[in-house]
Ligand binder design. Structure first.
Ligand SMILES: Cc1ncc(COP(=O)(O)O)c(C=O)c1O
Length: 363
């Protein structure tokens, strides 16, 4: 038996090593995972309480779209609930977009190096995947993307801040990009890390959707809200796009526990304002430590920083850090060899991490 040739040619997704596997491999009793941009501050206690309550009703199917969560997102972001879609992580939504909007004979543009879901989604839909190089700063190159649009282009994925570099899109670049986009192309802004960006310089991507541009903004509860294990993502798009995506997705892909936890998270403003401030402060702290050591790194507006590995083979350095109890992410699988991506964590953890790094360099 043979799968479709596109599936046969695809590589399996390479996730960050789990804490369990790392502990087994090293014999360490406490391994710290800085490899998948999860929040080490953890979820809101109110979210956990709500999830526990939701366990009492798991004999029922979840709603296709959870009304309380959709209403809470609509209120928080001042957007009509007809323009909101909630899905099984941002991943599901990113994939369903390609299925709904492209087919063999069409093409999909996306930044490279970047998140693997764009290439993967294009392949699954049978469209031609067309990667477009980043700017040297690690930002999506919007001009190069515009230049690559042709009659076959149906979907453009953008990643802002970009994973794995952390580069943003400037307000000016976004405005001129929007002005040039043909109406036949759907622009997907993957904003998985948008909570962490510096607001003063960031474009208002949701405003483009409110104004009726062919744009879909995809977000997640996996990062700032620390609900990665409960798989809740959401998107904002014109109502016609939401309808097409609802027809394409599995009706019950969401789980009711995740939906409850996400809704409660949106109410816990105080906790997440604190986590956000802590994350930004810790990111500056990490950048200062890298700068003072002369370690070259990308300027990041996300909850991770990607730095040059001192070892020529970054997998070797990652392995040596693992022996010290830290799981980090070599960015080779993203198409960026020679670098390591490190999740921003509380300052004391970052200090321990840097000590381990210094010790390895000194050996
Ligand atoms: C850029 C980007 N988009 C989407 C996702 C997936 O988010 P979710 O957990 O909501 O599927 C990730 C996860 O790491 C990511 O880095």
């Amino acid at each position: 038996m043979q799968p479709r040739p596109e599936i046969d040619a695809m590589k399996l997704y390479a996730p960050g090593t789990s804490v369990e596997d790392a502990e087994k491999a090293t014999g360490h009793v406490r391994v710290i995972k800085l490899a998948s941009n999860e929040s080490l501050w953890g979820p809101s206690p109110q979210a956990i309480q709500s999830a526990q309550k939701a366990l009492a009703s798991v004999q029922y199917y979840p709603g296709m779209q959870p009304p309380a969560l959709v209403a809470a997102l609509a209120k928080t972001h001042q957007i009509s609930s007809q323009m909101i879609l909630v899905g099984n992580g941002a991943d599901e939504i990113l994939r369903v977009i390609a299925t709904a909007y492209s087919e063999p004979g069409t093409s999909i543009l996306y930044p490279h190096p970047s998140f693997s879901a764009y290439h993967h989604s294009a392949r699954l839909s049978g469209a031609d995947p067309r990667p477009i190089g980043l700017r040297p700063s690690g930002e999506n190159d919007l001009q190069a993307i515009l230049n690559a649009i042709d009659g076959t282009t149906r979907v453009i994925y953008l990643c802002a801040p970009n994973n794995p570099t952390g580069g943003m899109i400037s307000r000016r670049d976004w405005a001129s990009f929007l002005a040039e986009i043909p109406k036949t192309v759907l622009v997907v802004v993957d904003g998985a890390y948008q909570e962490f960006m510096e607001e003063e310089s960031a474009p208002d991507f949701l405003e483009a959707v409110r104004q009726g541009h062919p744009v879909i903004v995809v977000r997640t509860f996996s990062k700032l809200y620390a609900l990665a294990g409960l798989r809740i993502g959401w998107a904002v798009a014109p109502p016609s796009v939401i309808t097409a995506l609802n027809k394409t997705r599995e009706p019950f892909s969401l789980n009711a526990i995740g939906a409850q936890a996400a809704t409660a998270s949106l109410e816990d403003h105080e906790y997440f304002a604190w986590v956000l401030q802590e994350t930004r402060n810790a990111r500056s702290h990490l950048v200062e430590m890298l700068t003072s050591r002369g370690i070259s790194h990308f300027s990041s507006q996300a909850n991770f920083v990607t730095m040059k590995s001192p070892e020529e083979d970054e997998r070797m350095m990652a392995n040596r850090l693992l022996q010290q109890g830290f799981v980090v992410r070599p960015t080779t699988s993203f198409g960026l060899p020679g670098y390591l991506r490190v999740t921003v964590a509380p300052k004391n953890i970052l200090d321990d991490f840097m000590r381990a790094w210094d010790q390895l360099k000194g050996e």
